[in-house]
Design a protein around this ligand. Structure first.
Ligand code: SAM
Length: 460
């Protein structure tokens, strides 16, 4: 039986032996086994048979032949690979050819790599870019790559941005990553969020966790249309993006809602808020990271299945909605998370470490919270998890739709700072009241400000 060890021995014996072995095989699986067992190729290895295999009618054999030619350390005949690329229809083989040519790091291969930039397959373009970036400070290479900043594919644009444009945009005058402005620390502003954010500086908050109004489903918010509602939220999250520090997170809690029918002859209408909002966020520089499902007990939600239970007629099935979404986004950046984490000192990293018992899945089972004053308050446990998993001690946590202030309250408990905006006077007064009772915001530094007062503080 053919073994890896036998193949290795033949490989080191020198020219011809492997070639003869392959030529004696009819079975494609055995040919692939031999090619996949070759490993590192010695100096005296004769690769001629590999070029013959580029014409094999089985794509896996061609792929393995290309891979082995790629190991020839610049001694391979790139022309044959390039010719194969021109006629090859198998995606994996085409990608491997580009990677093989790129790995050779030969400047004579540059025209081929530039040619690959025209390919329709974004992976091939990315491989070609990788191959070209090896030639640092090469004007010709830069001239071919820079225009790809307008390429339709997002991965291609991201690589080009990182290589050529991000450094150019680094003249911004922002505070060091872990720091923020004093006038934003532990502040609640009674104002429309868009008005308040006009005076908030770029890159000043570390985390935003919020639950926006539920379109027109609750009394505190009325919008002329669903489109107008989405466009309002778009503006809020564009501004939130501006004031968010590089590479930091936004977590938006929403769920589909239902607007009841106006009479029995009309139907109610359901709006998929998380799904409709998502494209607006991604379009404006929020990178999608995760979808977390908040799971509630069935007894705590509105009963919609009652009618169906009686008659069981298909099409009228309406399950009880026991979930909401926590959509997790990161402010797009070419920096890795490690860069964010390394901004903190040893002590902060140590004391912010998440303790045992953290949630390991994206389904969070948490009981909802009911409140006499506000109809949609966050459970503290929900805030606790988000703040602990997505911020460090001393960070500034923002909630544009402050409500009863749960985000502020929990941020405080977890040694973070908070900045809230809340439009409705009654909820603002409620937060103030809770603060008086020392059950919330028990820190003397907490400030409850009107828009005018906030603007004055910002100017100081
Ligand atoms: C779903 S509630 C948030 C509840 C909050 N998460 C809590 O734990 O209490 C949304 C809040 O946004 C407020 N709001 C609506 N439009 C606003 C705006 N333009 N600016 C600031 N707050 C607004 C509403 O008054 C409401 O209190």
């Amino acid at each position: 039986m053919l073994t890896k060890q036998y193949i290795t021995e033949l490989k080191h014996k020198g020219n011809g032996d492997i070639s003869a072995l392959i030529n004696s095989q009819r079975d494609v699986r055995t040919i692939n086994f031999i090619l996949e067992s070759l490993g590192h190729l010695p100096e005296n290895f004769n690769p001629d048979f590999l070029y013959d295999l580029l014409h094999h009618n089985h794509s896996q054999v061609r792929l393995n032949a290309v891979k082995n030619i790629g190991k020839l350390n610049g001694k391979g005949d790139t022309r044959s690979l390039y010719n194969l690329y021109k006629n090859e229809t198998d995606t994996s083989v085409r990608r491997e050819i580009v990677s093989s040519i790129g790995r050779q790091r030969k400047s004579t291969n540059k025209p081929m790599l530039v040619d690959f930039l025209q390919d329709e397959d974004p992976k091939i373009i990315c491989q070609a870019i990788r191959g070209l970036l090896v030639f640092e400070k090469d004007n010709e290479v830069e001239k071919s790559l820079r225009p790809l900043i307008n390429h339709p594919n997002e991965m291609v644009r991201t690589i080009i941005y990182k290589e050529y444009y991000s450094k150019e945009n680094k003249d911004k005058n922002v505070l060091p990553h872990t720091q923020t402005y004093d006038f934003l620390k532990n502040v609640v502003v009674n104002a429309d969020v868009l008005e308040a954010l006009k005076v908030a500086p770029d890159e000043s908050v570390h985390l935003t966790f919020t639950s926006p109004p539920y379109y027109n489903a609750r009394d505190y918010s009325i919008y002329p249309s669903y489109q107008a509602y989405l466009e309002f939220l778009e503006k809020v999250f564009i501004e939130t993006h501006r004031i968010t520090k590089e590479g930091r997170f936004l977590i938006v809690n929403t769920s589909p809602i239902i607007i009841p029918r106006i009479s029995r002859s009309h139907s109610s209408k359901r709006y998929g808020i998380p799904f409709d909002l998502h494209p607006y966020l991604v379009k404006n520089g929020w990178e999608f990271i995760d979808d977390i499902v908040w799971l509630k007990p069935e007894a705590s939600v509105k009963n919609r299945i009652g009618g169906f239970m009686q008659h069981r007629k298909p099409l009228s099935y309406k399950p009880n909605s026991i979930t909401e979404y926590l959509m997790v986004y990161r402010k797009s950046t070419e920096k890795l998370l490690d860069w964010n984490i390394r901004s903190y000192d040893y002590e902060t990293v140590k004391t912010s470490r998440v303790a045992d018992g953290y949630e390991t899945t994206n389904v969070w089972k948490i009981d909802p919270c009911f409140n006499k004053v506000h109809s949609a308050v966050f459970p503290v446990e929900l805030c606790r998890r988000v703040i602990q998993y997505y911020s460090y001690k001393g960070d500034l946590v923002f909630d544009p739709f402050g409500g009863s202030g749960t985000v502020g309250e929990t941020a405080k408990l977890l040694d973070r700072l908070f900045f809230l905006t809340e439009k409705e006077n009654k909820y603002f007064e409620y937060m103030k009241f809770k603060n008086k009772n020392q059950t919330l915001f028990d820190d003397i530094k907490t400030q409850f400000l009107t828009l005018e007062q906030f603007k004055k503080e910002a100017k100081k």
